[in-house]
Design a protein around this ligand. Structure first.
Ligand code: SF4
Ligand code: SF4
Length: 442
């Protein structure tokens, strides 16, 4: 037997105990000093059989001739080429009602088109043609601000949902929205569409209102607080994304305190770095980027204050990036098709365009293949990285933007040990009774 290449060790040197987290199997095993030393000294055959059985079950130790990279490859292929579900991101418009200071879309001024009736029709046809035989069908609305054109949304939803019902597919929809345009009327009209909303905050009112502002420079914090109340009163599924950088990091505690004071405990909060990744934040402009360990600390803080959170989603994980999955495509207001939802301002990443019958034509196979086949095993740094099974090589668009190639790592560093530690701490608090496991060894 040999040690898995995907073990992360958390050690409590005072208590002489350790936790091993295997990033491939996502298993956690508690070990003592002696077992840790035997694993590291490559003396696995000296470990007691009953302990060895537990380590083997958790993939902490694996067969000598197992090629873990092959297993990883299979794991990624399974996710990438699953045929049970299909999903489309529809960008009804690039126009936005806000003028956020860090917006990569230039506040809807750089790209400013909105879907015509012709493109809506082609898009719906394309979805129907592509979705046959799937068990589930998902639509994500993205922008600009998708709710600027609610009639586009409701037209697509009505037709696609009717198709899904007719073919007994599970239907769901998500909105990546700035949230400000949700009203009781919109919520009522959406009630039959199994939907979930992501809205974004950038700090407490004083901070948020300097960043997420409308075209006249007015803050949107109080409006979003009303929307959160509306969602809670109507049992709308939603989560809050908190964008964090070094400038607003210290203010996030006040944000959480304010949300708690308003009775919003229990809401799911995800903490994301501004300026690094993913799906919706600016990725070209310089910003004071926050490290993953600090985000993990915010996640722990939010958890301790009564919010739901999952630190393991702080970084980019393969499940979080639909661009790399064959059955997911994004359609922009022109009817151009991309793998990545944030790529429409990179024409070289367009993979094709919809014709009048809703067929994907003018294929750019080079781009399609580069996106669909990207996986961490093709990237030297990621191939050697313990976090690749859960990170998946990071945000491909961020990698392209930073390094000029999709085949480069999306991360700047590999500080994911702290994320793993916080994840275990939140998920299995009992393991931390009497131990703090401060030392992280990769
Ligand atoms: S490549 Fe990056 S921006 Fe594009 S969908 Fe994936 S995580 Fe989002
Ligand atoms: S090198 Fe970076 S991008 Fe690649 S798998 Fe590791 S953490 Fe992710």
């Amino acid at each position: 037997m040999k040690e898995s290449a995907y073990n992360v060790y958390l050690l409590d040197e005072k208590e002489k105990k350790g936790l091993v987290f295997n990033t491939m199997k996502r298993s956690i095993v508690q070990i003592d000093d002696e077992v840790y030393n035997l694993i590291k000294d490559n003396q696995i055959d000296k470990i007691d059989q009953d302990v060895l059985d537990v380590l083997t079950k958790g993939n902490i130790v694996v067969d000598n001739n197992l090629n873990e990279l092959d297993i990883l490859k299979i794991m990624f292929c399974r996710i990438k080429f699953s045929t049970s579900s299909i999903g489309f991101t529809i960008i009804p418009t690039h126009v936005c009602n806000l003028a956020c200071t860090y917006c990569y879309q230039g506040h809807g001024d750089v790209l400013s088109e909105t879907m015509s009736q012709d493109v809506i029709r082609k898009t719906v046809e394309f979805i129907k043609k592509s979705a046959g035989g799937r068990r589930s069908l998902g639509i994500n609305f993205y922008g600009g601000e998708p709710l600027l054109y609610p009639e586009v949304i409701f037209q697509v939803l009505k037709e696609v949902k009717a198709f899904a019902d007719e073919h007994e597919m599970q239907f769901s929809t998500t909105f990546t929205s700035n949230g400000t345009l949700f009203t009781q009327e919109i919520v009522d009209r959406l009630k039959d569409y199994n939907y979930e909303v992501q809205i974004t905050l950038c700090g407490p009112r004083a901070v948020h209102d300097t960043i997420r502002v409308d075209k006249k420079g007015r803050g949107t914090y109080e409006r979003l607080m009303d929307v959160i109340s509306l969602f809670r009163e109507n049992d709308v599924k939603f989560h809050i994304r908190v964008d964090v950088d070094l400038d607003n990091y210290d203010t996030i505690t006040s944000l959480l305190e304010d949300l708690k004071k308003r009775g919003f405990e229990g809401t799911y909060m995800g903490f994301c770095p501004i300026g690094k990744d993913i799906c919706y934040t600016e990725i070209e402009r310089e910003s004071s980027e926050i490290d993953p360990a600090s985000l993990a600390r915010l996640s722990k803080l939010a958890h301790d204050m009564g919010f739901k959170t999952n630190p393991i989603y702080i970084h980019n994980f393969v499940e979080g990036c639909s661009a790399l999955i064959d059955g997911f495509l994004a359609i922009d207001p022109h009817g151009d098709v991309y793998k990545c939802i944030a790529a429409p301002n990179y024409q070289e990443h367009r993979i094709g365009t919809l014709d009048a019958e809703g067929n994907l034509t003018n294929m750019n196979y080079e781009s399609y293949c580069a996106w669909t086949l990207r996986d961490p095993l093709h990237i030297k740094e990621c191939r050697e990285c313990k976090f690749s099974p859960i990170c998946g090589g990071g945000c491909a668009l961020a990698a392209y933007s930073k390094n000029g190639s999709l085949l480069s790592p999306g991360c700047k560093d590999e500080e994911l040990g702290e994320i793993v530690r916080t994840f275990i701490m939140l998920r299995y608090p009992e393991l931390f009774e009497g131990c703090s496991y401060e030392t992280i060894l990769l």
